[in-house]
Design a protein around this ligand. Structure first.
Ligand code: F6R
Length: 253
């Protein structure tokens, strides 16, 4: 795939300023489609957005029947109700997701790496129309979802070993237990198949990865660099995450 347009990059004063823009992205895709599939990311980057979304779904400002939800990844062996897991996190931050899960309007990533189950998961999303809007974060090592450096861009949904930095970043969430070693993740190919990609990165510890994503080689050494092969990518950064970008970066604002 060759991108027709470089990612659009917007630098914000702080992470809170991203919340209305992310809600607007969601409202736009919901307004334009017939029950589009929207895929969410977990992690600290999205907690403010997910809480705000929860309030909108609870008040009816955005009808929970207007879209199908899914997400990027799950720790191996973490059933939806297990603390520390991605479905548990999404439903805790955005409680209306739990009701969507109960009525099959939230498609959870399988928590076991059985190949047939992973294929069935991708097929289910395709039957629902494919992902119209994919929210993404980025790891400080350049991962997107749990595609760690070295992962082939051609992979779809698969089981993976988590990188040491990824496990360290997750340590507090699992303390006093050890963070998980393995996860099931959307592949780069899965992510690139979504029609619009919105990536957020906040904080100085993301600055090097953001630079590699936008200015380094497009190669598995920085999985996020694959986004430059997609023609509809919107990147929201705070000043700290944007600190290593060149002032004249194409598409930057
Ligand atoms: C989570 C995911 C990860 C995170 C990334 C950033 O579903 O896919 O790629 O987006 O690790 O995590 P935070 O937001 O905690 O910095």
């Amino acid at each position: 795939m060759t991108a027709s347009q470089a990612p659009t990059v917007r630098v914000l004063d702080d992470a809170a300023a991203a919340v209305p823009l992310l809600l607007a992205e969601l409202h736009r895709v919901v307004g334009a489609g017939t029950r589009p599939v929207v895929s969410f990311a977990t992690g600290g980057t999205y907690s403010g957005f997910l809480r705000a979304l929860g309030r909108q779904l609870q008040s009816g400002e955005l009808p929970a029947t207007a879209f199908v939800a899914t997400h990027l990844d799950e720790y191996e062996g973490f059933a939806p109700e297990r603390r520390g897991g991605m479905v548990h996190e999404l439903c805790s931050l955005c409680p209306p997701f739990a009701a969507m899960l109960a009525r099959d309007a939230f498609v959870p990533v399988p928590n076991a790496g059985d190949a047939a189950q992973l294929v069935a998961h991708e097929q289910r999303l395709q039957r629902a129309g494919g992902v119209a809007l994919q929210f993404l974060g980025i790891g400080r090592n350049g991962h997107i979802a749990f595609n760690e450096p070295g992962t082939a861009f051609e992979l779809g949904c698969h089981t993976t070993e988590l990188a040491a930095t990824t496990r360290e970043d997750a340590r507090a969430r699992f303390a006093p237990d050890e963070p998980p070693r393995r996860a099931i993740t959307s592949g780069i190919a899965t992510i690139l198949a979504a029609r619009r990609l919105v990536l957020c990165a906040f904080g100085a510890n993301k600055a090097a990865a953001v630079r590699a994503m936008l200015h380094g080689p497009i190669a598995p050494t920085c999985p996020a660099s694959a986004l430059r092969r997609h023609g509809d990518v919107f990147i929201l950064l705070d000043r700290a995450a944007a600190a290593e970008l060149e002032r004249s970066a194409p598409g930057s604002a």
